[in-house]
Design a binder for this molecule. Structure first.
Ligand code: NAG
Ligand code: NAG
Ligand code: NAG
Ligand code: NAG
Ligand code: NAG
Ligand code: NAG
Ligand code: NAG
Length: 558
């Protein structure tokens, strides 16, 4: 007997559905196509995938009835069927990666719709750990480890620098990945280690790592690099002079900046500072100075430093005593590293040039100072010159007072130290001029009652000088010369007048005598007398004239 069942079985191509780990996963039946009209039964079952796991039925649903769970295993409480025949699996895990088949019986047709279920899980987080403390330029360093735990499938970790993909090149960028699968959950933890060789410019670079849809927080690093340049600077301004403090500064690049330096000042070595001051430098400090960083003596710089100097010596340099008329040799010696300006002063007054003392006079006395400058360097020296000499009376004169009642005697003296005066007579008043350049003038007012010889004596420690002058009484002089008020000038006029008068008289007398002689010669031509006129008469006449002149000039004498 043949039961004739005509059954057709069709198996459609397998779909793939991706569900999310831990969620309720929907596995659609026949891609969500509407249920066939003559649907009799819908059944969900599963088969192992890639030979793993088991096979089993999950649930069935008869037409117009509720679905009933057949499974007795782990799926017992997790599966259900939706109105549209989709299989719903709660709390999906990797163990649910199976082939689920929806079997639909409609009329005589049995259709199977297998669906491959994959469970995906994004990594719990993406983060960079095990960060490098710092990156040193040129030195391969493990920058960090990016981990993406518990994902399925395994996360594909990518590294970025400033959002730009870092591609491993086997030299500067080496990326190694490690994958670990959790035995219980089957989830994969991926970690990727980046070994990176920093370059200049990486100082503020932001490094991130990411998976398909997650990105780590950015990290940045201190980028260090060794010193590549050292430069030595002289901080002190202007030309350096002896006595200055010269501060040297050693500048270096690198990160971190070097903090210790070696200063080589000829042979001296200083540490733990970037600057060094050489105090109170001298010309011997001139030379080549070097600095270097402590851990690499080749990283050095040098500078030639010149210390300017100025030496000066002056001779004499203290107080000098000299006699008037002597000479004094000055000796100024200078030794300097540059051009000098020399200026002289005497008693604070400027001199044009260095003084010369070939023949000292009292006016040469004074305080001499020489100032030698070169830039800011100034040297001074001074000496005091005192010119001494025995007093000498240059002039002793007399003058009648304007009222005609007294006479003023003037005794002018020169000498140093300042001469004092002594008069041989007492005066009605005495005064002295200021003592300037060794000169002083003393005056004495007297009222002479008799003819006097007045002596002026000037003296100092070194000696003295004396001079006398004859002073006649005022009474006689008044009688002699009523108009005269000044002895000095008027006496001269008077003398000149008298002399002129007497000369005229002489000429008249002489003329008369010549005429008389001529006559007598004519008479005695042949007597042979000499013609020189040195006769008794002429001699007598000459004597008389001389007497007369003498008498007159004596009268003129005051
Ligand atoms: C099936 O029904 C569920 C719940 O009603 C719905 O979420 C889902 O989108 C449906 N699936 C298809 C393939 O239509
Ligand atoms: C990871 O990603 C890179 C680039 O994004 C790609 O070339 C590579 O094939 C991926 N690897 C895997 C295992 O998916
Ligand atoms: C140089 O330094 C010393 C000590 O620090 C100080 O006493 C002196 O005044 C300084 N000299 C100059 C010219 O600045
Ligand atoms: C300093 O002077 C010396 C000798 O003149 C010279 O050899 C050297 O190069 C100079 N150094 C610098 C830094 O100028
Ligand atoms: C000047 O006066 C003083 C006293 O006044 C006297 O002792 C002295 O002898 C006088 N000298 C002359 C030269 O008259
Ligand atoms: C003073 O001298 C003048 C001439 O020099 C003379 O004439 C006069 O007699 C003298 N007087 C006395 C008081 O000696
Ligand atoms: C002053 O007069 C006397 C005699 O009267 C004379 O010997 C003397 O030389 C005169 N002195 C001066 C300085 O003229």
């Amino acid at each position: 007997m043949t039961m004739c069942f005509y059954i057709s079985l069709s198996v459609s191509a397998m779909d793939t559905v991706i569900g999310l780990y831990g969620e309720t996963v929907e596995v659609p039946c026949n891609n969500g196509a509407p249920k066939p009209k003559d649907l009799f039964i819908t059944k969900w079952k599963y088969v192992k995938m890639k030979g793993k796991g088991d096979n089993g039925d999950l649930l069935t649903q008869l037409k117009d009835q509720d679905a009933s769970v057949i499974a007795t295993n782990q799926y017992k409480d997790r599966v259900s069927m939706a109105e549209n025949s989709s299989l719903l699996i709660a709390a999906a895990s990797l163990k649910d990666e199976k082939i689920f088949t929806c079997m639909v019986v409609a009329g005589a047709d049995i259709s199977e719709y297998p669906v491959k279920l994959l469970i995906h899980k994004a990594p719990t987080r993406v983060e960079i750990t095990a960060l490098a403390a710092e990156l040193e330029i040129g030195k391969p360093t493990q920058l960090g480890q990016c981990s993406a735990p518990d994902s399925n499938p395994a996360a594909n970790i990518t590294w970025f620098k400033n959002k730009k993909h870092l591609v491993a090149d086997g030299k500067g960028i080496i990326i190694s990945s490690k994958v670990k699968v959790d035995e219980v959950t089957g989830l994969t933890t991926t970690s990727s280690t980046l070994q990176y060789t920093a370059e200049k410019g990486d100082t503020d670079a932001l490094f991130t790592c990411g998976t398909l849809n997650a990105l780590s927080s950015p990290v940045s690093f201190t980028v260090t690099y060794p010193t590549e340049r050292v430069s030595l600077h002289v901080i002190s301004k202007g030309p350096l002079m002896e006595g200055d403090n010269v501060t040297l500064k050693c500048k270096a690049d690198g990160n971190p900046l070097p903090t210790s330096f070696n200063f080589h000042i000829q042979v001296v070595k200083v540490e733990n500072s970037d600057s060094y001051t050489v105090t109170d430098v001298t010309r011997d400090s001139t030379g080549e100075y070097k600095c270097s960083i402590v851990d690499n003596a080749k990283m050095e710089d040098s500078k030639n430093i010149t210390i300017n100097y100025l030496d000066m010596s002056l001779s004499p340099s203290e107080k000098v005593m000299k006699s008037a008329g002597e000479s004094l040799a000055l000796n100024l010696q200078t030794d300097a590293s540059g051009e000098l300006r020399v200026s002289w002063t005497k008693d604070n007054g400027k001199l044009d040039k260095m003084p010369k003392f070939d023949k000292l006079t009292y006016s040469d006395s004074g305080k001499y100072e020489v100032v030698v400058t070169m830039g800011a360097l100034i040297k001074k020296a001074s000496f005091e010159l005192v010119v001494e000499g025995i007093p000498v009376i240059r002039r002793l004169a007399k003058q009648r007072g304007e009222d005609g009642q007294h006479k003023v005697l003037t005794c002018e003296a020169e000498g140093s130290p300042k001469p004092t005066v002594a008069w041989s007579v007492n005066g009605t008043s005495a005064d002295e001029s200021p003592y300037v350049n060794g000169k002083i003038s003393y005056k004495l007012t007297i009222v002479p009652t008799v003819n006097l010889t007045v002596v002026c004596t000037v003296s100092n420690e070194l000696g003295q000088d004396t001079r006398a002058i004859n002073v006649s009484t005022l009474f006689e002089e008044v009688r002699m010369d009523k108009q005269g008020s000044s002895d000095d000038s008027d006496t001269t006029k008077l003398v000149v007048g008298v002399i002129v008068g007497l000369l005229l008289a002489t000429v008249v007398v002489g003329l008369a005598y010549w005429l008389y002689m001529k006559k007598s010669k004519q008479g005695s031509w042949k007597t042979g007398e000499k013609e020189d006129g040195s006769t008794e008469e002429s001699k007598k006449l000459e004597e008389k004239i001389e007497e007369k002149l003498e008498e007159n000039s004596q009268k003129v004498e005051v």
